[in-house]
Design a protein. Structure first.
Length: 54
């Protein structure tokens, strides 16, 4: 997997896990509110996968 693809996939995974955590009973919503903007800001551009493997 290309480095950009790996970074993108990892950040998307973290955002998904944070969303699941936010829906849990007893979740620290202050933590979610503090961390989510940073994760979104660090989200790299989606990798250009058009034409790969051709």
């Amino acid at each position: 997997m290309c480095p950009d693809c790996e970074d993108f996939a990892r950040t998307v995974l973290l955002l998904g896990q944070l969303a699941l955590y936010a829906d849990m009973n007893g979740a620290d919503l202050d933590f979610v509110e503090a961390v989510s903007p940073s994760l979104v800001a660090s989200l790299p551009e989606p990798p250009d996968t058009v034409g790969e493997g051709s």
